[in-house]
Design a protein around this ligand. Sequence first.
Ligand code: NAD
Ligand code: UDP
Length: 340
Amino acid sequence: MSQKIIVTGGAGYIGSHTCVALIESGFDVVVFDNLSNSQIDSLDGVARITGTRPEFINVDCTDITALRSAFATHRDAVGVIHFAAFKAVGESVSNPLLYYRNNLGGLINVLDLMREFDVPNIVFSSSATVYGVPEKLPVTEQTPLQPATSPYGATKVMGENIIRDTVRAYPQISATLLRYFNPIGAHPSAEIGELPNGIPNNLMPYITQTAAGIREYLNVFGDDYDTPDGFCVRDYIDINDLARAHVAALRHMLSGATGVGVFNLGTGQGTSVMELIDAFRDATGVDLPYRIAPRRAGDVPAIWANCDLASRVLNWRAVVPLNETLASAWRWQKHVSGIK
Ligand code: NAD
Ligand code: UDP
């Protein structure tokens, strides 16, 4: 019998791709999601790709009573992947309590119910944001964390600490904290992808929406950073690679790893905003209209990951080339926008 995994936030961007990776690896997947930032159609996409539709329970992780009933039905799960959270940095500044309540309240409920129902493993979505402006590049898991610059970032630092304390007190629970760098792209089938609400905050969906003519031009935030070409540098990781890392993390815990594991998930390569625009043109043939705009408040000039630990311990590394990732992002945008 296949092992069951609860995926909170499984209808979202990273969650839906991870559902695909889990099903393709033989796991039985149950999604807990309140669809606050996603659509149920993503699970139809998962079904078209894999031939299996994950079971779906519409539940808010901050509602302990409803979440308890969902857990009770799936007490045989061997792990939880906890994606459910809000992620808009700017909104977290204007509405911090919403973010603390949703991101931390949800996590605390999940951990409490894992304890109550003896579900032994959790994978937590953390972020490179915990490193702030790092002194040395690339960042390893040993790089000191910096005080968070937004309530969203604070929920990731606090979430990691809540999990560490919980595992210390209840060693029957094992945890993996995955620090994502910049996930981009879509499933190559274009059946699932990123669906931002309104004007995208993130670079990749802004690029594809500009290419589709939904936005007039891309604002490039800052050209005078102390980086090789003056533009901000990030580590853009293919969403399908990222999804597979969750399977590797679960397998590691299921084969006996205890305590708390922490892993950077990136490619190990830094790419500047301008390099990404150029690579997008090379991959898709679309020459993007852009304008240089002032720096965006709070942006880190440059960050990319050292991912040796994930390679050594989880036997995982990013393999999808950037041009394929950019082509998949564009294919998905064309699918969403009805462009032939
Ligand atoms: P997303 O918004 O697409 O997915 C999150 C999902 O969680 C959505 O389906 C939403 O409906 C659901 N959700 C939110 N609050 C919920 C609640 N209280 N109860 C039930 N469901 C709830 O976001 P994503 O990009 O897939 O991100 C997934 C996780 O990864 C988040 O924790 C996010 O903070 C983290 N992360 C994302 C990025 C990124 O660039 N996308 C980077 C680092 C970390
Ligand atoms: N960026 C940009 N224009 C946009 C959105 C983002 O120039 O419309 C830049 C941003 O300044 C940063 C990089 O793209 O240097 C990645 O930003 P994103 O918000 O996608 O991710 P972050 O690393 O900030 O979480």
